[in-house]
Design a protein around this ligand. Structure first.
Ligand code: C5P
Length: 416
């Protein structure tokens, strides 16, 4: 039984060529046990007939805001209340602009405003329209209001252009919606996550560090806790609030982070995620007094820090699923796979940091999941949503007979 079983989902279809893909999305969602109702904009009806989507969803398609017969049945407020999730797919540039402006001049935008359910948008448009600053501003406004973004994906477009702008595949849209309704699959299991930068002191007042915000690791910890895990978040210095239900361990240096990891994986751990940006080197000697400026150059001797995730992967108490991150500027998948093998990890989340077109700000990300089966791209989405997707994938990818399963079995025997 999927997480979407018995969920009520509204798909708002707007006028893009990708509207035909909604037929497949309806099929997938209904296959998961969800009830699906469709709202179509006028433009959408030029691409797909309401009759097609009515046949697939099993409900009459809703098209008009001011329709006496519709209001006698399920009017816009009832529709808005009925929904457990509202997804606009494909969301055209115009639909995004109208949603961002809070317009309520047709059934789709009115229902989007009136629903207390989480709202998702799956944009689809020409790549130049996606890159346009107006679209970027609209997307950012929607993200700031809590709307989730699913895609767009990169590739060849109906207009012949190549770039970001394709509607995400129906399976990817379904994964994003279903990750929003987490199961409690990690109940009774431990997840240990590293996050943020480390700080390597040079003297009592100076240090070497990096710009890692810790946002991804904190979002992962929140998603793991929501899935029921006993979650330990080992964090370098960041200015983020600890997610509810998460045990936070604050550290400064890589050596401290290493020591904290060693301690916290002693108890059987289902998943370890290394999202911290650990400094590769530290000062060989930390100067006891402030280093004085003498001469035109200063030479610092640095020494290697332990590779924390590799040490954890090699330890006797190796967690069942080891997940690392790799930020790359070229040969994304090859480098990520090489890192996965070298560090003895199960999964590497590969992040192409050279792509300017992902855009906007550090609230969104587009990554590839790389494991022994191959790799696939997770379309652009917010870090909070990406975290849910990654945790859902980790749950699906966990080995059947984990070391921590044995632990759980012993525990329940002890309990009985
Ligand atoms: O080697 P690179 O820094 O690119 O590897 C990134 C992955 O390794 C991340 O998951 C990061 O948290 C982890 N790492 C670590 N300890 C280090 C360096 C990286 O755990 N000293």
């Amino acid at each position: 039984m999927g997480h979407l079983h018995n969920r009520n989902i509204i798909i708002g279809v707007t006028g893009g060529i990708a509207a035909y893909k909604i037929a497949e999305l309806i099929r997938l969602l209904r296959g998961d046990g969800a009830a699906v109702r469709i709202i179509m904009s006028r433009g959408a009806q030029a691409f797909v007939t309401p009759l097609t989507l009515q046949s697939l969803s099993g409900f009459p398609v809703h098209t008009e805001l001011l329709d006496e017969t519709a209001e006698m049945g399920m009017g816009h407020i009832e529709l808005a209340r009925w929904a457990d999730a509202f997804i606009v797919a494909p969301a055209t540039a115009d639909a995004l602009a109208r949603l961002a402006a809070g317009r309520a001049d047709d059934l789709l935008t009115t229902t989007a405003l009136a629903t207390p359910a989480p709202v998702f948008v799956a944009p689809a448009m020409n790549q130049q329209m996606w890159k346009n600053a107006a679209t970027a501003t609209n997307i950012q406004r929607l993200i700031d209001r809590g709307v989730e973004i699913i895609g767009p994906s990169a590739g060849e477009q109906a207009c012949g252009d190549v770039g970001l702008g394709r509607l995400s595949e129906p399976a990817q849209i379904r994964a994003a919606i279903s990750a929003h309704f987490p199961s409690r699959a990690l109940e009774g299991r431990r997840v240990v996550i590293t996050a943020g930068p480390t700080r390597e002191p040079l003297d009592p007042v100076r240090y070497i560090s990096n710009h890692s915000s810790g946002k991804m690791g904190f979002a992962l910890a929140q998603a793991a806790a929501e899935a029921g895990a006993e979650t330990v978040l080992i964090s370098g210095p960041v200015t983020l609030d600890t997610p509810e239900g998460v045990t936070r361990v604050n550290v400064d240096t890589a050596l401290q982070m290493h020591e904290a990891c060693v301690q916290h994986i002693k108890k059987p751990t289902a998943i370890f995620i290394g999202s911290a940006a650990v400094a590769d080197y530290r000062a060989e000697v930390e100067a006891p007094q402030k280093i004085k400026k003498v001469g035109d150059t200063l030479t610092l001797n640095l020494t290697r820090n332990p590779d924390i995730i590799t040490e954890v992967a090699r330890s006797a108490s190796r967690p069942s699923l080891m997940v690392g991150f790799a930020a790359e500027t070229e040969h994304l998948i090859d480098h990520a796979e090489a890192k996965r093998l070298a560090k003895q990890l199960d999964v590497v989340i590969a992040n192409d940091v050279s792509r300017a077109d992902i855009g906007f700000n550090s609230d969104v990300n587009m990554v590839s999941w790389v494991d022994s089966m191959g790799h696939d791209v997770i379309p652009i989405t917010t870090k909070r949503n990406l975290a849910k997707l990654l945790i859902a994938r980790c749950i699906a990818r966990m080995p059947q007979n984990c070391a921590d399963d044995e632990h759980r079995a012993t525990q329940s025997e002890d309990d009985s």
